[in-house]
Design a protein around this ligand. Sequence first.
Ligand code: ADP
Ligand code: ADP
Length: 216
Amino acid sequence: MRLVLVGPPGAGKGTQAQFIASNLSIPKISTGDIFRANVSGGTELGKLAKTYMDRGDLVPDEVTIAMVRDRLSEDDAQDGFLLDGFPRTVPQAEILRDMLKDWGQKLDLVLELVVDDEEVVRRLAGRRTCSQCGRIWHVEFDDKRDDVCDACGGTLFQRDDDKEETVRHRLEVYQQQTAPLIRFYADEDILVGVDATGPVEEVTQRAMKEIRPYAG
Ligand code: ADP
Ligand code: ADP
């Protein structure tokens, strides 16, 4: 299975990706997570990415594409993968298509997580991430006022780019640069929209219902 999750920041891509990937036993590849790991590790890539991420802008295509090419070349991604947060521009999608074609592969399905802006802002304002295992929580919806991860006991943190001002800019960037992907994948006939409102488990079930016919 080769899958892509698209949707605005806060739609629940990372949350759903962890459940869908584990259901299908495929690696979850999140470009946001890889960039953040590079930022914490203080690598050259991290230093470059940070300037864009802090502003809520996209990291330039050539940098992002090179990073994804490396990751998709690893052994564990040969039989399938779930991409979370990539592609995010039409040029990224075109290069991904050509790259997979060169390798005799293609995407099976692109799931668009559909939620309105108001819900997205509520979700991002309360997002917390575990500094140890990376699991995503929500202050209000998961009642996480103690900042401790129920999965591993790690400490939760709030992402710098989840500040209200940056969130507004990220939503504009989504509309301008990422939303055109919906048309791109609809034209390729591999796009399916999933209602991403309601409890996390229900969204996972809706997504799995769309995915199952394609899973071997
Ligand atoms: P969210 O989960 O809120 O959608 P991500 O964790 O996916 O955010 O991404 C965080 C930031 O990392 C983005 O705002 C952007 O700066 C950078 N980033 C992640 N994926 C990409 C990509 N495919 N292209 C360019 N920049 C990216
Ligand atoms: P994205 O990766 O698309 O930016 P996340 O998966 O990080 O989105 O989710 C953003 C926030 O919304 C997190 O705090 C997460 O716990 C919360 N969230 C995700 N899905 C739901 C849902 N179905 N209902 C309520 N909150 C959710």
